[in-house]
Ligand binder design. Structure first.
Ligand SMILES: [Zn+2]
Length: 272
């Protein structure tokens, strides 16, 4: 029997994978297909195999993150179904049943969403430092201030950028943010959530100095986040470059999935 050339085999198996994935998405329904979409792409599941490049997640967080990735409607076992997020003495108490963690992730009470964003900022900045940059955090960039406009708390709008460093005589500004595209209220197409956020950031902070670093709460990376990371390791040889990008993917995945799992655990735990 004549051996099939390797290239053809690869093309053939890719084709089979595409068809199988399409069939699977059809089988799980539109909402879960959106969740699979946002949990796709390189690095989305890096928390599952950190190797020796990063510390693994803690077991309780890992179990929740894994169940969520496996599309369990209740990522937390024995969830109490009434959100226990707190802000001072106020408890959220909003009912959430089998919602794939939608409420817990979006719930603003107790500052969980901001917390996740904060940690991710330090992960991204820390990695930039490892690449020889000197990142500073939460820097005001006066050219983007809009002091004539008010923010949601009624204060003049100042442009505070997450990670800022000098590069070739310019200030490079990385704005880190999270979306939860597959849980959009109103059923918008999940796959537009990241590009839309990137665009919004460019409108708010115009010019070439802004790098939006957008990650979906299910793991997918924004194209601009990856382009920024690639630009910082361009000078390394191929093996080092791949290792550094892989390490960043693991650090980001661990950080985001730990944050998401923490939100879900805190929302569904037993009343104290
Ligand atoms: Zn809540």
């Amino acid at each position: 029997m004549q051996e099939e050339p390797k290239k053809t085999q690869k093309a053939h198996s890719t084709k089979i994978q595409v068809v199988a994935l399409k069939a699977l998405k059809k089988k799980v329904g539109k909402e879960n297909a959106g969740r699979m979409e946002q949990g796709g792409g390189k690095g989305a599941a890096s928390f599952m195999s950190p190797g020796d490049l990063a510390d693994p997640m803690t077991d309780p967080h890992f179990v929740v993150a894994f169940r969520r990735r496996m599309l369990f409607p209740e990522p937390l076992q024995n969830d109490k179904h009434e959100c226990q997020h707190k802000n001072g003495s106020k408890t959220c108490n909003i009912k959430h049943v089998a919602d794939h963690g939608r409420h817990a992730v979006a719930c603003q009470l107790g500052g969980g969403v901001m917390g996740k964003h904060d940690e991710l900022k330090y992960v991204v900045g820390g990695w930039a430092k490892d690449q020889g940059k000197r990142p500073q955090y939460e820097q005001e960039i006066p050219k983007w201030n809009k002091l004539g406009e008010m923010d949601s708390r009624g204060r003049p709008k100042r442009a505070i950028l997450d990670v800022v460093y000098w590069h070739e005589g310019r200030q490079a500004c990385v704005d880190v943010s999270l979306v939860d595209g597959s849980e959009l209220v109103g059923g918008g197409n999940p796959k537009y959530a990241i590009p839309r956020r990137e665009k919004t950031k460019h409108v708010r902070y115009p010019g070439p100095d802004l790098y939006p670093f957008v990650i979906d709460a299910r793991g997918r990376w924004g194209k601009e986040a990856l382009a920024w990371a690639a630009s910082l390791v361009r000078h390394l040889d191929e093996a080092e470059r791949e290792q550094e990008i892989r390490r960043l993917r693991i650090l980001v995945s661990n950080c985001v999935q730990t944050g998401v799992a923490e939100q879900i655990i805190a929302a569904g735990k037993t009343r104290e």
